[in-house]
Design a protein around this ligand. Sequence first.
Ligand code: SF4
Length: 145
Amino acid sequence: MEKKDNIIKLRAHHLLCLQGYQGYGYSEKFKENLEKKLNILKNNNTKVILTNSPDDFCEKCPNLKENICIKNSKSLNESLKNNDKIVKMDSAILKKTKLEKNKEYSYAKLIKIVNNVFSNKKDLKYICKDCSWANKCLWYTSREI
Ligand code: SF4
């Protein structure tokens, strides 16, 4: 599906991360892009299409190499494993929320849905468990136990 200019492409797990953002990031370029797009999402209630592949936030991330999320990987094998883990995280969120890839949603509606479905840490056991940001993430730490 071709993306229109006024639509933000978002991988499903970023619906969680964006809510917990408090200034940490992988590089200055990454943070600059994240903050710009997050402001657009919050202030204009922009349309979003969901994906389980690299999105408009990944595009400025130093961890994205040839469309693969290589975060903390030291070999191709590790990179592929890491990417697979991230895709599974996105897919688990899509499945649990019954949201669809490549369909337009309003950002505000998506936030309501994920916050309702994932209201406590138990629901996130298999999603956020390996995330290195979990203890700093304002959204994750705000979930009930
Ligand atoms: S490339 Fe990986 S680490 Fe970077 S924003 Fe995308 S999913 Fe996150």
